[in-house]
Design a protein around this ligand. Structure first.
Ligand SMILES: NC(=O)c1ccc[n+]([C@@H]2O[C@H](COP(=O)([O-])OP(=O)(O)OC[C@H]3O[C@@H](n4cnc5c(N)ncnc54)[C@H](OP(=O)(O)O)[C@@H]3O)[C@@H](O)[C@H]2O)c1
Length: 310
């Protein structure tokens, strides 16, 4: 069969089209495009069915696992697909590794090295116990996230645009630096002992719970690379859809109760805002997938992220 690959403006991407065997999959088509245009490796390609001019509908995205003929709609000899270049891609693991690596390394620099001399603070710096515990707590958190990225999460998307690495690193690395600067500052005033213990104690319980939530999410997907969504059940997921975000937010709350800086609380507010938006989208997606119609399971009644408010 003949496949014509055009851009959204109608320009032919592969001159003369491509000949593929009748049982070829969309993945085979992507490999063939890559063979002809080296720059466009499969994860950089977004293939859709062309829409009639002026249509406001969303185009059908071709699933790499499906056969090309599944999209032919009657004419099995010819198919035209629309190609979009998604730009350079990196794996999700690479993206997550670099965004977490920054805070993991930057924070101890402020703790261990005479950084504050650069800011005009001469003389010895007395280190309070809370600053030491905060450094271990912080490093444990980001080390855990890197380990989870490599050994726990089963991502459904293979890659993310390279530009996201710079955007996400800017977010994590800058907040990490500012929080490290204030918590380790020579003029830092510690909270009382009880408040510190409550904060770190609560935070550690939430970090362990967050890890357990990630194990539950991991077990929703089998090892054969399936990327579908299931209803998360068990532990806090019986109450809230995004229990992993809830515990993430609470563990930052624990850190801030113990360290009490404006920078830390600002990060907590921004992270809560970001995760709330994602949680609302995830909750909506699960309710749509599990709508209780035509034999499908109905999504149970649950909070989204922060019970009893949302
Ligand atoms: N401090 C912050 O600003 C901040 C922000 C975001 C995240 N985080 C932390 O980083 C962790 C990971 O973040 P994330 O946004 O990647 O979390 P996520 O999307 O909720 O999920 C983690 C993993 O579980 C999978 N998953 C989620 N729901 C699923 C379902 N219903 N069925 C099957 N698989 C499902 C996801 O697959 P997909 O690949 O399909 O999504 C992903 O691989 C969070 O839990 C949180 O602890 C922190």
């Amino acid at each position: 069969m003949k496949v014509t690959v055009v851009s959204r403006s109608g320009r032919e991407i592969v001159k003369g089209g491509l000949d593929l065997h009748d049982s070829a999959t969309v993945s085979d088509l992507q490999e063939t495009i890559h063979g002809r245009c080296k720059k466009y490796y499969p994860s950089r390609q977004r293939l859709t069915l062309p829409l009639p001019p002026g249509s406001k509908e969303r185009p059908t995205v071709l699933n790499p696992k499906k056969k090309i003929q599944d999209y032919c709609d009657g004419n099995l000899d010819n198919l035209t697909v629309t190609f979009k270049d998604l730009g350079p891609q990196v794996s999700y693991r690479t993206l997550f590794f670099w965004e977490y690596f920054g805070p993991l390394v930057i924070y101890p620099i402020f703790y261990y090295f005479p950084v504050y001399k650069l800011f005009g603070y001469e003389g010895e710096r007395a280190i309070h116990p809370v600053q030491t515990y905060a450094m271990y707590y912080w490093c444990f958190h980001y080390f855990k996230r890197i380990m989870e990225t490599f050994f726990v999460h089963r991502f459904s998307h293979a890659t993310s645009p390279l530009a996201n690495v710079f955007r996400n690193c800017a977010y994590y690395w800058s907040f990490g630096s500012v929080i490290a600067y204030y918590v380790n500052h020579p003029l830092y005033t510690p909270v009382n002992d009880l408040q510190m213990k409550i904060g770190f104690g609560f935070g550690i319980i939430c970090q362990i719970s967050n890890f357990y939530c990630h194990l539950i999410l991991k077990n929703l997907r089998s090892t054969d690379g399936s990327s579908g969504y299931q209803i998360p059940r068990g532990f806090l997921f019986n109450i809230v859809t995004c229990a992993n975000y809830t515990t993430e937010i609470y563990q930052w709350l624990g850190f801030n109760i113990a360290t009490q800086t404006i920078a830390g609380y600002t990060f907590l507010v921004v992270a809560t805002f970001i995760m709330t938006n994602w949680a609302l989208a995830k909750h909506r997606r699960l309710k749509k997938l599990f709508d209780g119609k035509e034999g499908r399971t109905k999504y149970p009644r649950r909070w989204v992220i922060l019970p009893p408010f949302l």
